[in-house]
Design a protein around this ligand. Sequence first.
Ligand code: 5AD
Ligand code: SF4
Length: 447
Amino acid sequence: MKPTRAPQTYRVKSFGCQMNVYDGERMGELLAEQGITPAAEGEEADLVILNTCHIREKAAEKVYSDIGRLVAAGKEKGKAPLIAVAGCVAQAEGEEIMARAPAVSIVVGPQAYHRLPAMIAEATRGRRATDTDMPAIAKFDALPARAKRGPSAFLTVQEGCDKFCTYCVVPYTRGAEISRPFNDLIAEAHRLVEQGAKEITLLGQNVNAWSGEDDKGRRVGLGGLIRRLAVIDGLERIRYTTSHPKDMDDDLIAAHGEVEKLMPYLHLPVQSGNDRVLKAMNRQHSAESYLKIIEKVRAARPDIALSGDFIVGFPGESEAEFADTLKLVDEVRYAACFSFKFSPRPGTPAATMEGQVAADVMDDRLQRLQARIAAHQLAFNEASLGKTCTVLVERRGRHPGQWLGKSPWLQSVHFTGDHAIGDLVEVELAAAGPNSLSGRVRTAVAV
Ligand code: 5AD
Ligand code: SF4
C-alpha cells in the first residue's frame, strides 16, 4: 500500500442492528474529534467505513461487493477512498478480508473502534491495520463526549452475549456479556439530554442482563437503572432493546407499571413456539414460560405493545412444530414482529445440524407467519383509533406541513400542523394502516 493524504471527510455505512447504528455514530464522533467531517450528501468521502453485520444471509459477500463498488468508483474518479471494515464481519472474518481485499486498509472489530484514529494514521503511512481485540469497557472510556443528534438517541448500556443460542454468531462476534458502569451511563444520558434528546433507547444484545452498582452502592438491574434515568429532567421517554426472556426479572416488569417515562413497548424475542425447537436452539425457556412472562408484563402494564423475533425453518422444524409458532403468535397478539428464515452461520452448532429445511419450505412458512403477524399488527393499530396519545416529533413527512413521530407504542404517526422536531404533541389517532397511523393534533405538550 502506498502512503496517502490524511482523510478529511468520512462516510459510515451501518448495516444490521441498532447497536451498529450507535457504534456508527460513535465512530463519527471520534473522527470529528480528529477534524474529519462527514462527506456532504452525494460527495465521495476520503474514508469509507463499512460497519457490517454478520447475523444472517451472505453478509460477508455483501461486504466484498461493496468494496468492489468503492474500488470501481475510485478508479473512475481517479481517487480511491481509504476503506475500513468495521462491525461483526470484521470481527469474524478479519483475516480473510485482509487476504481477499487488498483495497481494504483497516479491519476493526466492534470492541476496538476507539483505536480508529491510530489505525487511520497507520493506513495513511501505507501500512494496513487490523484490531479485533475485545476489551469492551476500554472502548467506552476512550470515546469522546456525545455530539448533538435528534430528539431520540441510543445509549449502549450492555454488550455481548453469554446465551449461545445454537444459530447465533453474536456470542462469537461481540464477546461475553459486559455491563457499562452505572455512573458512566447516567453521565452519558445527561449529556444526551443536554444535546436535545427527549427519548433514550437503552441498547444491548441482552440489554436486560445489564447489572451494576448504583450511586448508593446497591446492586441493581435494568429496572433500577431505568428508575434512576427517569428522574433526569428533560428526559421524557425511555425505551430498551433487545431483551432475553431469561433476564426479564420482576423488578424490570414492575418498572413497566411504575415508571411513567418508560414507554409501553417491549421487544421480547421468542424465536419459536415449539419446545423441542426452543431446546434445540438452546433458548433456555419454553413457550409456556415465555407466555407466563408476557402475562406478568401485561398485568403490570395492560396497554403494552409487544414485539418479537422469529426464526422459521430451524433445522428439523416440522410442519406441526411450525404450527406451534403460529399458535403462539395468536396468543400474544404482537403489535410488531421481525421474522427471518434460518440462515446457517459458519461456526455455530445449528449450521451443521441434521434436518436442514429446504428453501421453498422456509419461504412458505415465512410467508404464512408474516401474514399472521401483519393481521395482528393491523388489529393493534386499529384498536388504537380514537385514543389520544403523546407523539414525539422526529422528522418532516413527505407532504408539505406533514410531520412524523412515534406514539408511546412505537407506532409511526403522521399529522400536520405547526411543529418542530423534538416537540411532544398530543395527537388523536384517526386512521390506521398496517405500518403507520395518521392523527389530528390536539394540543402541544409543554415540556
Ligand atoms: N438465522 C436467522 N435468523 C437469525 N437471527 C439470529 N441468528 C439468526 C440466524 N442464524 C435472528 C433472531 C434474532 C435476530 C436479531 O436475528 O431472530 O433475535
Ligand atoms: Fe444471539 Fe441468543 Fe444471544 Fe440473542 S440471546 S444475541 S439470539 S445468542
